[in-house]
Ligand binder design. Structure first.
Ligand code: P1T
Length: 383
């Protein structure tokens, strides 16, 4: 049986996981080395220097490519590092479009690092007419989207946007961090590049910062690999090994994240001290029908508004016990976050206002703990 024909639950365990040839070790070796001995100048076994290639990172890349149904993958030292490499691939003078609701660090990278070099426009990609209008007008090199977005969990139609991008000769990049490849495969829907913060669901244990991109386009892969090798943010051998270890349980973790999140979302939705809940699995979500069609699940992220303002919201966040107040998401443990002060503080104030990333907004990453414990924790904090 070929690896590509395996089910997802088998792929996460077996892709990149052939026994080590020299020892039969079932777990991959951590090739914690910077360099490789050559028999004669240029006579080596495919490895010269670990910034360029490393056997442990190769195994992880093989696994990640397989999970996104891609031929190629590049793993980097953070999610922002892969975004930086992709942005460096934009030719001089070309424009860039980006979804208006993205991770605060992405907004900072585009607004404060790359805006000097490119004309970057933030657009509402849930509106296909707006997408087409800007593709036509700006003829961008690439359109970058998150779906679901961070933190508003807006859903954009990947297949329809991919078609539009092809029509206007632009690349579509989809940051699939929130869904993980278990729930969504953007390349299958026509995207050119899919990216992940490995820090989140793929590693799943909050002990690594990493990033990756996957693509089926050899030209794009060669270009990003050249930039990775030239600029240097390669994922370390040990972090590659940790992610290979973490990803083995991705399927079971994602299922439990979702089971818990659905119950937590329903609990919050019926609570008198909560103004509004945003979760793609709730019928009240404006893109619920698209979420059902495009994704194989709704994930573990919930955003909601506490009744009151900053004072009440801060009080709630100091009273939760299991939902630890910390940036990040996608680990086995539950986390809570105040986007306006924490993860999205670098989003310009007027944009936060427009998007309603307000003082009473909370984002939670629902972990895989006992769900009654999680609901009790929120109940107590809201009291
Ligand atoms: O943190 P890093 O591994 O560099 O990944 C950046 C990143 C990229 N894309 C998305 C959708 C993200 O959510 C992130 C990082 N986000 C957080 C740290 C957060 O708490 O939202």
């Amino acid at each position: 049986m070929k690896n590509k024909d395996l089910g997802f639950e088998s792929k996460v365990i077996h892709l990149g996981g052939d026994p080590e040839p020299h020892t039969g070790s079932i777990m991959p070796a951590i090739h914690q080395t910077s360099t490789y001995v050559q028999k004669a100048p240029g006579d080596h076994q495919g490895y010269e220097y670990s910034r360029s290639h490393n056997p442990t990172r190769d195994r992880l890349q093989e696994c990640l490519a397989g999970l996104e149904n891609a031929k190629y993958s590049i793993a980097t030292s953070s999610g922002m590092a892969i975004a930086t490499l992709i942005m460096h691939s934009v030719p001089k003078g070309r424009n860039v479009l980006c979804g208006d609701d993205v991770y605060g660090g992405m907004s900072r990278l585009l607004n404060r690092v790359f805006s000097e070099h490119y004309d970057i426009t933030f657009i509402n990609t849930t509106d296909l007419a707006e997408v087409e209008k800007y593709l036509k007008e700006k003829k961008p090199y690439l359109l970058w989207i998150e779906t679901p977005t961070n933190p508003l969990l807006k859903i954009s139609d990947i297949a329809k946007i991919a078609k539009l991008c092809k029509k206007y000769d632009s690349l579509l990049v989809v940051d699939n961090t929130f869904m993980s490849p278990y729930f969504q495969n953007p390349l299958d829907l026509g995207a050119d590049i899919v990216t992940h913060s490995l820090t989140k669901y793929i590693n799943g244990h909050s002990d690594v910062v990493g990033g990756a991109m996957m693509t089926n386009n050899k030209k794009i892969y060669d270009q990003i690999w050249f930039l990775q090798n030239s600029i240097g943010p390669s994922l370390s051998p040990f972090d590659s090994w940790l992610v290979l270890r973490g990803v083995k349980t991705l399927a079971v973790r994602m299922r439990q994240h979702e089971i818990n999140a659905i119950q937590v979302a329903k609990f919050l939705d019926s609570h008198p001290k909560i103004e509004k809940v945003i979760y793609p699995g709730l019928k009240s979500h404006p893109h619920h029908a698209l979420a059902k069609k495009q994704m194989r699940g709704f994930g573990g992220m919930i955003t909601f508004y506490v009744k009151g303002g900053m004072k009440e919201t801060k009080k709630f966040l100091t009273k939760v016990h299991l939902f630890k107040l910390a940036e990040s998401l996608g680990g086995v443990e539950s986390l809570s976050n105040h986007p306006a002060i924490m993860t999205h503080a670098s989003v310009p104030v007027e944009v936060r206002k427009k998007l309603n990333i307000s003082d009473n907004m909370v984002r939670i990453s629902v972990g895989i703990e006992n769900c009654s414990d999680l609901i009790d924790d929120l109940k107590n904090a809201l009291k």
